[in-house]
Design a protein around this ligand. Structure first.
Ligand SMILES: C[S@@+](CC[C@H](N)C(=O)[O-])C[C@H]1O[C@@H](n2cnc3c(N)ncnc32)[C@H](O)[C@@H]1O
Length: 207
């Protein structure tokens, strides 16, 4: 089973091979705003083990490593892994980036205090969602935190990632295995093509 449709996988693969990062629609050079808040309030803290699924250019992963977390980024695209490594090198950050599939992550069970998903789940095929939730749950220690950032149905329709509903999220990360601590819409940094970036942020604890 593949996580994304082939056209999305091809899009990511060629984008990281050829394009300047500044041309990528999902790149704004800033770590996630809600992640920054969780560093400030102490939810994310030095020494925690964090796995960043679909880490792409590595901006969240490098930020969190600089904050003292022990971070591994996982991405299907070897070009993304290479670029993220260059970003980490520039920052002097000690982050591991590995090539891997979010549906079959080559990391041990119960190894993470935190799993981060920044703009990956929303594009997943419907029939891959439950396997993804299994994988997130497998990676987390009991009580570990899953952080989810995604496009929302509060945004205007249009090109780009799927807009997903709270029901899409809650029916995937279900109450038998995940306690939903928070799920809300926030306004993210605008882009040239999408000024109204109304995104979900979800915080779940693994049971
Ligand atoms: C929209 S980008 C988000 C990148 C990064 N998390 C961020 O917020 O900038 C989605 C990422 O998921 C990666 N991806 C797509 N399918 C994947 C899969 N099956 N396993 C791992 N990564 C995948 C893509 O290569 C891409 O880097």
């Amino acid at each position: 089973m593949t996580a994304f449709t082939q056209s999305w996988t091809d899009t990511f693969s060629s984008a990281y091979a050829d394009e300047p990062l500044a041309n990528l629609s999902w790149f704004n050079a800033s770590p996630g705003l809600e992640l920054i808040k969780r560093v400030i309030d102490g939810t994310l803290k030095p020494g925690q083990r964090l796995i960043d699924l679909g880490s792409g250019p590595g901006v969240d992963a490098v930020f969190l490593s600089v904050q003292g977390l022990d971070v591994t980024g996982v991405d299907l695209s070897p070009d993304a892994v290479a670029r993220a490594g260059r970003w980490a090198e520039l920052a002097g950050a000690d982050v591991e980036f590995i090539q891997g599939d979010v549906l079959d992550v080559p990391l041990p069970d119960s190894s993470a205090d935190v799993v981060n998903d920044s703009f990956v789940f929303h594009n997943m095929r419907d029939d891959a969602r439950s396997r993804y939730a299994d994988e997130v749950h497998r990676l987390l220690k009991p009580g570990g935190l899953f952080l989810l950032n995604s496009f929302s149905d509060k945004m205007v329709p249009g090109t780009g990632p799927r807009r997903i509903t709270s029901e899409d999220i809650l029916s995937t990360f279900t109450a038998d295995r995940f306690e939903c601590v928070a799920l809300y819409v926030y306004r993210n940094v605008p882009t040239r093509t999408k000024p109204d970036q109304l995104h979900w942020f979800g915080e779940f604890r693994a049971r």
